[in-house]
Design a protein around this ligand. Structure first.
Ligand code: NAD
Ligand code: 89V
Length: 340
């Protein structure tokens, strides 16, 4: 498989290293307007060709897929360009600025016959995959309540300075991940409410969000996220999960354990990842999920089926982000848009 990586920034390094760990893939080209970033990827990863403009990349390279890790505002135009060239697309989150524009993009790719997948990796974290496995094994009965909680005081602005300037911050950047976990665990969402706060005076957007969801099957959940929470040890980037079911309860705790409580007592096991040799703590669980997601994408590509986080699936996650901002702005309960 020959691919190209568009965007050679902070997170793209993880995607590049993950592709290099998958023997059947060769990243034959990278694209980035910053010459220093192009040079870094060429020198550090041995990428044969580098381009400043994606239009030239597509004209000069025969690709099986493109992996878009450019800044969010560039995603939509790059998706269209890849679709115009008939190249399978993976795009980082969020893939579009609104559900309306996401819907148009998905339709565009469908009309071009080009598969669109979204690099949404939190549901691919090892601990989250284990929670999904326990639920699919029906070990606690029918889930009726969930709490998906991401709370820490990590300095995200150091590696991603643009986050401090974002008018829409924690829900769009991080909430999108934990809302996707909520969908993966409890299903799609029929009603959502949300309240936000800005605690850090040095940023533009919200760094705390609390959301309440009603899922189609009747379960309710609390999805909460904060970059203003000081804990020791710092749990970044863990998502802690509580699920209550009709025959038991599941807890994913900060000591990297899953506990299954039933009438027969409590069984616990560790969920410590097998870290990639290139991982850099504290990012390890995210970096491992990048390999897991990209492996999943390859399997789906060969099988000719959509990835779990296809454009159409991720539309419903993106719609929750949109609904959360509307709910917070108007202090009302929203009915999120749904892909149809
Ligand atoms: P970054 O600013 O560090 O890197 C972006 C790179 O893209 C820069 O090198 C920039 O020069 C380049 N670029 C800008 N416009 C471009 C264009 N039109 N074509 C090609 N390259 C272009 O950003 P980042 O933190 O690496 O984030 C990139 C994307 O990854 C964002 O969508 C972000 O939300 C996402 N992200 C995802 C995760 C995750 O999957 N868990 C984590 C961090 C960031
Ligand atoms: O995963 C992400 O999208 C990152 C972070 C975990 C820091 O929010 O931006």
């Amino acid at each position: 498989m020959k691919g190209a990586l568009i965007g050679c920034g902070f997170f793209a390094e993880n995607q590049m290293k993950a592709w290099q760990s998958l023997s059947e893939v060769e990243v034959v080209a990278v694209c980035d307007p910053d010459p220093a970033r192009r040079k870094h990827f060429q020198t550090h990863f041995g990428v044969a060709r580098t381009f400043a403009e994606a239009q030239i990349l597509f004209k000069q390279c025969a690709l099986d897929f493109v992996d878009i890790a450019a800044p969010t505002p560039a995603h939509e135009s790059l998706i269209r360009l890849a679709a115009d060239h008939g190249v399978a697309i993976i795009c980082q989150k969020p893939f579009a600025g609104s559900p309306e524009r996401a819907h148009t993009l998905i339709q565009y790719c469908l009309e071009k016959g080009v598969p669109l997948s979204i690099h949404e990796n939190f549901r691919w974290q090892y601990a989250v995959r284990e929670v999904i496995r326990h639920l699919r094994n029906n070990e606690i009965g029918m889930p009726f309540f969930g709490r998906i909680s991401y709370r820490n005081g990590f300095d995200v602005y150091k590696s991603q300075p643009y986050l401090a300037q974002a008018e829409r911050f924690i829900i769009e950047d991080l909430g999108i991940h934990v809302l996707d976990i909520a969908r993966a665990l409890l299903g799609d969402v029929s009603r959502l409410s949300c309240e936000t706060n800005r605690i850090n005076p040095d940023i533009q957007g919200e760094d705390v969000a609390t959301m309440m969801l009603r899922h189609d099957g009747g379960a309710t959940s609390i999805v909460d996220c904060s970059y203003a929470t000081h804990l020791t040890p710092n749990p970044f980037p863990q998502t802690l999960i509580d699920i209550d079911g009709t025959r038991g309860s599941l807890r994913l705790t900060a000591d990297e354990k899953i506990h299954i409580h039933t009438r027969d007592g409590c069984k616990s096991h560790e969920v410590i990842v097998d870290a990639p040799d290139w991982s850099t703590p504290p990012w390890t669980i995210i970096q491992e999920s990048v390999v897991a997601f990209q492996t999943h994408w390859l399997e789906c590509h060969h099988a000719g089926v959509e990835a779990d986080t296809s454009g159409r699936d991720n539309y419903n996650t993106l719609a929750l982000v949109d609904a959360a901002y509307e709910a917070a702005a108007h202090h009302t309960v929203m009915t999120p848009k749904r892909w149809s």
